[in-house]
Design a protein around this ligand. Structure first.
Ligand SMILES: [Zn+2]
Length: 274
């Protein structure tokens, strides 16, 4: 699942290579992901210009000028490409944008077709279901350490579940939650109510640090010779999906549990239960 580092890397790339370009043609190939209508989207994009790309939680927000925004939540398997037009289409390619003065096409594919794409008038993002129910983005500058502590104290339950709850904070998914907890040396199953104030603060610092550290690594892995071809690659991680391997900090064997098919990886030595 793309999380903050993947989306930030894609955002930075689009702003560098695609913003300011006029859309010559927009082709919607698989309608199910277009939540505001496939025909309306292709008609609404053609002839418009791609503006600045921003991000909110797991949504990429692409300004479509004048006056619109395309909001994309890639969910589990949404992938972006910015590749030469002759590149073979990936299976499940949903959207293809041809851009003026560019040999390359901007494409969105989605193996499980769970992603959601909306084209809305600027300022109408609250029409997206649950948009207003979400908490602040993890990287939102107004979310400082004190605000984080105040918010997190409203939640009970295991700390990993709290970190991935969009009502608390947006942008942390299953993989980076494992990395953040490892960084902060906190056991993923510890109830939030049993964490000290200092541990809650450490979690905030770890969350920001992990995302900041991972973003350029992700970008390097998805951009080759200026071409964006994103397949999920996370071989730089310290614990996530590394069960059975040695912890890079202490050498203890990493544990991996998969209740409900959600992988949780952690080091029982660095992240003890008590
Ligand atoms: Zn360890």
């Amino acid at each position: 699942m793309p999380e903050i580092p993947e989306l930030e890397a894609i955002r930075g790339y689009f702003n560098e290579f695609a913003s300011g370009k006029r859309i010559v043609e927009a082709t919607t190939r698989i309608p199910v992901v277009f939540r505001s209508g496939a025909k309306a989207l292709s008609a609404g994009l053609a002839g418009k210009t791609l503006g600045e790309v921003t991000r909110h939680g797991k949504f990429l927000l692409v300004a479509v000028e004048p006056g619109h925004v395309m909001a994309i939540n890639p969910m589990l398997t949404g992938r972006f490409q910015f590749v030469p037009g002759e590149t073979k289409l990936r299976a499940k390619t949903c959207l293809v944008l041809r851009l003026e003065g560019s040999e390359r096409e901007l494409r969105y594919s989605d193996e499980r077709l769970m992603g959601k794409i909306y084209l809305l008038e600027a300022g109408q993002l609250s029409l997206i279901p649950n948009w207003d129910a979400g908490g602040p983005d993890l990287m939102d500058p107004s979310l400082d350490e004190d605000a984080w502590v105040e918010r997190i104290k409203k939640y009970r339950g295991q700390i990993k579940g709290v970190l991935t709850k969009a009502e608390f904070v947006q942008g942390i998914g299953n993989a980076y939650a494992d990395e953040i907890l490892w960084e902060a040396k906190i056991n993923p199953y510890r109830p939030r109510t049993r964490l000290s104030e200092e541990q809650l603060r450490e979690l905030f610092r770890a969350a920001r640090a992990v995302m900041t550290w991972a973003t350029p690594l992700v970008r390097d892995s998805m951009v080759k010779d200026g071409v964006l071809d994103y397949e999920e690659r996370r071989d730089f991680m310290h614990v996530h999906r590394l069960g059975g391997k040695p912890c890079p900090r202490c050498g203890h064997t990493i544990s991996e549990l998969t209740p409900n098919q959600r992988v949780t990886s952690f080091c029982r030595n660095c992240q003890p239960e008590n």
